[in-house]
Design a protein. Structure first.
Length: 117
């Protein structure tokens, strides 16, 4: 199994920045990709960004391209999400996901981000 823990989050002024970090432990050699999802109050969970270890390629939801940047350290099994130009609608709980090369998916407990209006 893989354990995933998020840190960071909090309150940011509109237009401000926040950085989320995620650390994986356990059977980390099986990790294929790590990424971020979010769930805003009253809404479905949505994909934010991900990074694949084998080629360090990244994916983003279109609406977050240019504002959010995902980066990671394969050796440390950590992934970060740098969020800039935050908006009120970015308010959500952000969850880190680890996906294994044999299909195992593991989630962190989530961290709250509040973008003030």
């Amino acid at each position: 199994q893989v354990q995933v823990v998020e840190t960071g989050g909090g309150l940011a002024q509109a237009g401000g920045s926040l950085r989320l970090s995620c650390s994986a432990s356990g059977r980390t050699s099986s990790i294929y990709s790590m990424g971020w999802y979010r769930r805003a109050p009253g809404k479905e969970r949505e994909f934010v960004a991900s990074i694949r270890w084998h080629d360090v390629s990244t994916s983003y939801t279109d609406s977050m391209k240019g504002r959010f940047t995902i980066s990671g350290d394969y050796a440390k099994n950590t992934v970060n999400l740098q969020m800039s130009n935050l908006k009120h609608e970015d308010t959500a709980s952000y969850y880190c996901q680890s996906r294994g090369n044999t299909g195992g998916v593991y989630w962190g407990q989530g961290t709250k981000v509040t973008g003030s209006s």
